[in-house]
Design a binder for this molecule. Structure first.
Ligand code: ATP
Ligand code: MG
Length: 199
């Protein structure tokens, strides 16, 4: 499962868990992006440094024995394309049947992805439902993409970041350790915390 994970939240974790159960997967590899190509260029906010996103993903998945985190996209550097992610994971797991997990919003964009035809030979795609997005595969080969309804969690990283920015809680939207990591490293604050000076 690729993602920016800025930050990882319970929507990601439920999606991964449901797909793992439904498709009887041995392992779910979370792959935080380097610089995501769709979030690059003018008009896009800077993505949080990769090491923070990687560590939050490790914290969020640490308690599940079948969840792991891969650094392939981070260590490759530069802009991340899913085709490169899949080629790298294929090299690391030459005998595995690979599945790529995406949300309904991301799957709608697959046709715009780099080397789309080769994608189908590397992995089977599973698109999960996401509140606010239609779960369809129009334009994509139905044999290559499965659709799965998962419990609807209207959580997005964008909303988590803006909640932190305005001082609202993200408890129960992201795992407890991620709440604490965000606070410890002052992530997503519009500015440094305001100190109360009484002098
Ligand atoms: P952002 O708002 O920054 O884009 P996001 O919440 O969409 O963050 P991503 O890291 O962009 O999170 O998503 C990684 C993958 O997880 C994508 O395939 C996305 O569709 C899927 N996903 C994210 N949130 C949910 C959710 N609540 N339910 C189902 N799938 C989700
Ligand atoms: Mg997104």
């Amino acid at each position: 499962m690729g993602g920016t994970f800025d930050p990882i939240h319970h929507g990601h974790l439920v999606a991964a868990s449901e797909v793992a159960t439904e498709f009887d997967l041995d392992e779910v590899i979370f792959v935080p992006t380097g610089q995501p190509w769709m979030k690059t260029g003018p008009g896009h906010r800077a993505v949080t440094p990769a090491e923070h996103r990687y560590l939050m993903t490790v914290i969020a998945t640490a308690s599940n024995p079948s969840f792991t985190v891969s650094r392939v996209d981070i260590d490759r550097g530069g802009v991340t394309y899913t085709i490169d992610t899949l080629r790298d994971i294929r090299r690391l797991r030459p005998d595995a049947d690979l599945f790529f997990i995406t949300g309904a919003d991301a799957v709608a964009q697959i046709i715009e992805w780099k080397d789309v035809d080769e994608l189908w030979s590397l992995a089977h795609f599973v698109a999960v439902s996401r509140p606010g997005h239609d779960l369809t595969v129009s334009g994509l080969p139905a044999s290559e993409v499965s659709l799965l309804e998962v419990p609807a969690l209207a959580i997005s990283s964008t909303d988590c970041r803006s909640r932190v920015g305005r001082g609202s809680p993200v408890w129960y939207l992201v795992p407890d350790g991620v709440v604490q990591y965000i606070s410890k490293h002052h992530l997503y604050r519009a500015s440094e915390p305001v100190m109360n000076h009484t002098t």
